[in-house]
Design a protein around this ligand. Structure first.
Ligand code: BG6
Length: 463
């Protein structure tokens, strides 16, 4: 794209992981259990006890990130390493691990980008009602304060909650427990309060730090130009995407989402002071995860409106407002996820024009069955192609005037996926293990590793 603007000089190229998917070290050095330890593991897939053993190999991994030239690395802190019971006594060994990790990153001038909570709620909080219990909001505030105290001298970028919208929309799928919609929207309200408190606290304690939410945002298309389909897309955009960002940025429930909740009896209990708290908290930027766009059609309201795009299921017929639809214009990954780079540009524009805050991508990537060849290489050209096409669209979004300050694809290194085990790989670095055979866990640079290194070296000029 000859006329495209260049990536800004200080653009934060990097990649992401999350604690439970990469660390392993379950129970090591005083770590308490989290909901991940009771998660329903689909048959034929591994659990998260060892994962990529990053807990014990972080130095080797960070050296490889540095070799790729990462400017930033997005990782999450396991709440139950810091507070084995979710609250109460701090586990110094847990504190130490992230101290070491942060120092190791800074040694190579890699900016740590820290997610405070990525799906792994401490089990003891879960047992006391989890996010349905208002006390979890206080526990999160204490946890946030502790992170800012210990790491705030070195961590400048904070993310509150990963994909809160997915936890609410696919609550039972992610956390493995069956919860009613009504209860989920109450949990949602509490998570929003927790996030607001963390943002206020961050600004009070660390005036130079920046903090923001990290939802999964994909623009929703109508299945046709039929006004009813357009309305369905408008509804789903409001409920899936904007609800979370309107709350984070403006502290208000958008009217479409609210009337949807009212109509179905899902409105949460809101206490005095809650809305004020939400309104007073402001993020400094918006981080978002993008894998694919979504397409919806008018719902028949018969409870049969189920769409199966690979493993990403939209089951919302009961809402009577939209139903999932396969977009025939888009190719799919091996796992059935639609690939839509242009939708990425559209998503950037929509978010930026609604909120006018700087944007950073905290996930984007391709899950595939990679193969380690006999000659020791991993030729993941399909991943390079996916990433190249998405990076081109970031550049076009920048040319459209969108302020983008970083890109962290999923994932820095192979890790265990959310539902499809370790054979569904996303990393630039191959981890030599099988689903159940841990082999030697050797780290092997994939073809995409060398490609991404060059992309970073040339600041996105050479894709
Ligand atoms: C995001 C999550 O939803 O998508 C990650 O934040 C997850 O934790 C990623 O791994 C990819 O999804 P999956 O199911 O392929 O692992």
């Amino acid at each position: 794209y000859a006329n495209a603007k260049k990536f800004p000089d200080n653009f934060l190229w990097g990649a992401s992981t999350s604690a439970y998917q990469v660390e392993g070290g379950a129970g090591q050095d005083g770590k308490g259990p989290s909901v991940i330890d009771i998660k329903r593991i689909p048959e034929g897939t591994t659990d998260y006890k060892v994962a990529s053993d990053h807990y014990n190999r972080y130095k080797e991994d960070v050296a490889l990130f540095a070799e790729m030239g990462f400017k930033t690395y997005r990782f999450s802190i396991a709440w139950s390493r810091i507070f084995p019971n979710g609250t109460g006594e701090v586990n110094q060994q847990g504190i130490e691990f992230y101290n070491n990790l942060i120092n190791e990153l800074l040694k190579y001038d890699i900016e740590p980008l820290v997610t405070m909570y990525h799906f792994d709620l401490p089990l003891s909080l879960h047992e006391k009602g989890g996010w349905g219990n208002r006390e979890t909001v206080d526990a999160f505030e204490t946890y946030a304060k502790t992170l800012f105290e210990y790491y705030g001298d070195r961590v400048k970028y904070w993310l509150t909650i990963n994909e809160q919208n997915m936890m609410i929309l696919h609550g039972s799928a992610i956390l493995g427990s069956d919860v009613s919609k009504k209860e989920l929207y109450q949990q949602n309200h509490h998570m929003l309060l927790a996030q607001a408190k963390a943002m206020v606290l961050c600004h009070n304690m660390l005036p130079n730090a920046k903090i923001g939410p990290a939802p999964n945002i994909s623009y929703i298309y109508p299945a046709s130009s039929k006004p009813e389909d357009m309305l369905a897309a408008n509804n789903f955009n409001a409920i899936r995407n904007w609800l979370y960002l309107d709350m984070a940025v403006y502290g208000r429930y958008n009217h479409v989402a609210w009337s949807y909740m009212e109509e179905h009896g899902y409105t949460p209990t809101i206490l005095d002071g809650d809305m004020e708290m939400l309104r007073n908290a402001k993020p400094d930027f918006i981080a978002f995860n993008y894998y694919t766009s979504k397409t919806v059609a008018e719902s028949k309201g018969d409870g049969q409106d189920v769409n199966n795009t690979g493993d990403q299921e939209i089951v919302i017929g009961e809402a009577g407002v939209y139903k999932g639809h396969t977009n025939e214009n888009l190719p799919k990954t091996e796992f059935g996820w639609e690939i839509d780079p242009v939708g990425f540009r559209i998503t950037f524009r929509e978010i930026y024009s609604r909120y006018n805050l700087p944007l950073i991508v905290t996930e984007n990537g391709l899950g595939a069955f990679d193969r380690l060849e006999e000659d020791g290489t991993v030729r993941d050209t399909y991943r390079i192609e996916y990433l190249r096409k998405h990076i081109e669209q970031i550049q076009l979004a920048i040319s459209d005037g969108v302020e983008v300050f970083g890109y962290c694809p999923w994932a820095a290194i192979d890790l265990v996926s959310t539902h499809q085990g370790s054979k569904k790989r996303y990393g630039f670095i191959f981890v030599n293990r099988d689903e159940f055979d841990l082999k030697d866990m050797k780290r092997i640079r994939k073809e995409s590793f060398y490609w991404y290194k060059k992309v970073i070296e040339t600041n996105g000029d050479d894709l």
